[in-house]
Design a protein around this ligand. Structure first.
Ligand SMILES: Cc1cc2nc3c(=O)[nH]c(=O)nc-3n(C[C@H](O)[C@H](O)[C@H](O)COP(=O)(O)OP(=O)(O)OC[C@H]3O[C@@H](n4cnc5c(N)ncnc54)[C@H](O)[C@@H]3O)c2cc1C
Length: 185
């Protein structure tokens, strides 16, 4: 069989794909088509890509598991969530109360707090709320006075619960204007 015999040529071609030349171009996965240095560099890149893919998938899997362990968000409010939401409403109402309220506005705001202290859906909180309103009557004369009164009322509850007291000179920054450093803008 001569060197030019087509059957001999076919036999010299490897049967597996890795040594093939496609359309005259060296196959990039072919170890024998590249020098060993470039081949091993290429293998390291492939391995790094695979490793980072694996890490990414493991992290994504972990996140899915953690999300499944989180409590649902559409459950009835407990005392803490109810408190946070209620303070948010009360302080915001005070923040946007008039500087020169009419008699009607004053009466409505006073009634609102009185009714809330009777209907607040945490019995012992409501009981203390009513007592506090008697001892420290609400001040509805202006936005500044109402916000300040409410801040002090909230601080009395904070104190009772062993929480830190809020600096009432910053009540409008917290609930109306945003912090002076611009972090709420
Ligand atoms: C009328 C009322 C009575 C309550 N009584 C009780 C009770 O008797 N027992 C009980 O266990 N829980 C009670 N709560 C719930 C309790 O006050 C808290 O809401 C809850 O414990 C969650 O507290 P928190 O630390 O997350 O922030 P919260 O106290 O809810 O405060 C919410 C946010 O208000 C701001 N803030 C804090 N203090 C002041 C302040 N003085 N002035 C202005 N802003 C402030 C802070 O930015 C804070 O993150 C009551 C809630 C209300 C509305």
């Amino acid at each position: 069989m001569s060197e030019t015999d087509p059957s001999s040529f076919r036999r010299q071609q490897p049967e597996h794909g890795f040594a093939s030349h496609r359309q005259g171009k060296p196959d990039s996965n072919c170890r024998t088509c590249n020098d060993f240095k470039s081949w091993s560099k290429q293998q390291r890149i492939i391995s790094n890509v695979q490793n980072s893919k694996d890490k990414h998938m493991a992290a994504a899997e972990k996140l899915t598991v953690n999300a499944a362990e989180l409590p649902r968000e559409d459950c009835p409010l407990d005392k803490v969530s109810l408190g946070i939401s209620t303070w948010g409403l009360l302080h915001t109402m005070a923040a946007f109360y008039s500087d020169n309220p009419t008699d009607n506005e004053k009466r409505d705001m006073k009634s609102f707090f009185e009714v809330l202290s009777r209907l607040y859906p945490c019995e012992f909180c409501a009981k203390d709320f009513r007592t506090d309103l008697t001892v420290n009557p609400i001040n509805v004369n202006s936005q500044k006075e109402l916000s300040s009164w409410l801040c002090m009322f909230h601080n009395r509850v904070n104190d009772k619960l062993g929480k830190p007291l809020f600096d009432c000179s910053k009540v409008n920054e917290r609930w109306r204007d945003g912090w002076l450093d611009g972090s709420c803008d």
